[in-house]
Design a protein around this ligand. Structure first.
Ligand SMILES: Cc1cc2nc3c(=O)[nH]c(=O)nc-3n(C[C@H](O)[C@H](O)[C@H](O)COP(=O)(O)O)c2cc1C
Length: 204
C-alpha cells in the first residue's frame, strides 16, 4: 500500500515537511510505502474553469507539477496526506491552485481513498486551513482520518514544530488511524454510487 504525502510549503525543509515526516515515520513502521511530493517554489497556475477536463480527464495545462502529481495518481495510491503552512489564515495559495486543478480534473483517481490534511502555523489560522484542506476530501467521497485532536501543529522557523509535543503526537495518532483505514479500504468494497448524479445548482 502506498500513500502520497504532498508538502504544500515553498520551504522544502520547513515545518510542514517535518510534520509530514512524522506521519511518514509511523506509516512506514506500519509497512506502508510513502511517496513524497513537494509543491516547489515556482509559480503554480490556477484553474481557469474552462471545463475541458470533464471531457479530457485531465487539465488543459501541462506544467510539471500537475503532470508529476497526475502520474503518481495514475500509477495508483491508496491514500493522500496534504500538509500546508498557514498563510493569512488559509493554506498556501499555490497549494490551493494545484489542488483545485487536481481535484477538478482527476478527483476520480482519489475517490474512496482515505485522506488527511495537516496545517502548520506560528499562531493563528490553523483550524481554518485544516478545514479548507478537508473540503477537497469531503466533496470527493474520501474518508478523512481523524486523530485525538485536529491535525495542526505550531512553529514558525523551520524545525520549531518538533517542539510541539501535542501536535506531533496528534500527527502520529492520525497516521495510525490512516493506516487502519487503508487496511480496511483495501479489503472492503467501497459503496459504489448507486444513483445517477444530480447537479442541482443553488437556485430559488
Ligand atoms: C506569507 C505568510 C503568511 C503567514 N501567515 C500566517 C498566519 O496567518 N498565521 C500564522 O500563525 N502563521 C502565519 N505564517 C507563518 C507560517 O505559517 C509558519 O512559519 C509555518 O511554520 C511555515 O511552515 P513551513 O516551515 O513549512 O513553511 C505566515 C508565513 C508567511 C510566509
Amino acid at each position: 500500500m502506498k500513500v502520497l504525502l504532498l508538502n504544500g510549503s515553498p520551504r522544502k525543509e520547513g515545518n510542514t515537511s517535518m510534520a509530514l515526516g512524522q506521519v511518514a515515520e509511523i506509516l512506514e513502521a506500519e509497512g506502508i510505502e510513502t511517496v513524497n511530493m513537494w509543491i516547489g517554489n515556482e509559480p503554480v497556475r490556477g484553474c481557469i474553469g474552462c471545463g475541458a477536463c470533464a471531457q479530457k480527464g485531465r487539465c488543459v495545462f501541462h506544467d510539471s507539477l500537475y503532470e508529476e502529481i497526475l502520474a503518481v495518481l495514475d500509477a495508483g495510491v491508496d491514500a493522500l496526506v496534504v500538509g500546508t503552512p498557514v498563510y493569512f489564515a488559509g493554506p498556501n495559495g499555490s497549494l490551493c491552485a494545484i489542488l483545485d486543478r487536481i481535484f477538478y480534473s482527476a478527483g476520480d483517481r482519489l475517490a474512496w481513498k482515505p485522506a488527511a490534511g495537516i496545517s502548520v502555523c506560528r499562531r493563528g489560522g490553523a483550524s481554518a486551513s485544516f478545514d479548507r484542506l478537508n473540503k477537497y476530501f469531503a466533496i470527493n467521497n474520501m474518508p478523512i482520518a481523524g486523530s485525538q485532536y485536529w491535525t495542526i501543529a505550531y512553529g514558525r522557523a523551520p524545525g520549531e514544530v518538533a517542539s510541539d509535543g501535542e501536535g506531533m503526537q496528534t500527527l502520529r495518532a492520525m497516521a495510525r488511524n490512516l493506516a487502519w483505514m487503508m487496511r480496511t479500504a483495501a479489503t472492503e468494497q467501497h459503496p459504489a454510487a448507486e444513483e445517477p448524479r444530480q447537479r442541482t445548482n443553488f437556485v430559488r
